[in-house]
Structures are given as C-alpha cells and as structure tokens.
Design a protein around this ligand. Sequence first.
Ligand code: AMP
Length: 187
Amino acid sequence: MAQGTRLIFLGPPGAGKGTQAQVLAADCKIPHISTGEILRQAISDKTVLGIKAKGFVDKGELVPDNLILDLIRERLKQADAADGWILDGFPRNVSQAEFLGVLLNELEQSCDFAINLEVSDDVLIDRLLGRGRKDDNRSTIARRLEVYHEQTAPVIHFYESQDALKSVDGDRPMDEVTEALKACLVN
Ligand code: AMP
C-alpha cells in the first residue's frame, strides 16, 4: 500500500466505510474524501452549498448531482489529491460514476478499483441507531437504506461490469475488516 492508491469505497450507510477509509488513507498517506463529511461541514458552516444541501441530508435523500459534481471536481483537483485518494460516499448513483470516469480522464488519473463493503440491512439498522448522528433517526435511516438499494447499489454492478470491483465482508470486528481490506490492496 502506498501513495498512488486510488480507491472507491462502496457500501450501504453504516457499513463502516468512513472508519475503514480513514484508517487506510492514513496508512497510505493519502486523503480520505468523504462527500458526506464535506456536506455536514458545509451545513454547519451555513455555506451556500450547506444551505442548499441541508433539506436533502436531513431527509435521507441524495443531494442533487449538480451540487455534488462541482464539489468533487474541485476536491480532486487539489494538490493533496494528486498522489492518491480514497473516495467515501461518492459515487452514489450511476450518473455520478459516469461523471467520475470522465473527470479522471480529464485529470489523467485512474482509479485502481472499487471496494464493496457488504453488510446486511438488519445489522446496518442496529449500527446506525447506535451511532447517534443527526440524520440517524429511524425514519431517515429507513429512507437512506431505500435510497441506497434504489440508486447506489447499481453502482456496484457498474464497476463489476468494468472488472473493477472487489468485495469485502463488513460484518466482522473492525480490525478483521481492516486486515481484509489491506489484503485487497496488495493482491
Ligand atoms: P454519508 O456520510 O456518506 O452517509 O452521507 C450523508 C448524506 O449526505 C447522505 O444521506 C446524502 O444526503 C448526502 N450525500 C453524501 N454523499 C452524496 C453523494 N455523493 N451524492 C448525493 N448526496 C450525498
């Protein structure tokens, strides 16, 4: 594992993407880019983006692509992202995945592969209820899982069809998942 690693983390809300992405990014000395984190910061700072995004995030809906695509383009152009990155929470639908392909071409970068962190819905609901984030109440969780199955799960097939997908069982103790992810990166 080294700089130069470019990975997309896929998986349902609560799968542990954020935690694992953070560990691997620190290990590889590359930025962990979480669109959810960027949006939560924008909402708390009451920026134009935050004000536009708030209603969608609070309801568990995806923020419209036009808000997200500019954000990811600007983030990937920053100097610290030149030598690698881990994307967490993006792409969230097939049109975002197509956009990312075009953007990476433009930036003359290529993504190594996408990793799908697999966890069943029952486990996810328990984990999300225990997490206590503002958008982690029962009705928002249900909607986020629905949105995941409708819009984000097809992204798995998108990368699978490009032969660029690896899957890891995320329903295990955190350290075991980290080890499995590291093994994925060297194989
Ligand atoms: P996350 O932290 O990845 O679970 O994201 C929290 C919320 O931010 C999601 O429920 C969406 O409302 C919004 N969000 C994050 N990433 C995206 C994205 N790529 N496209 C649209 N909405 C997003």
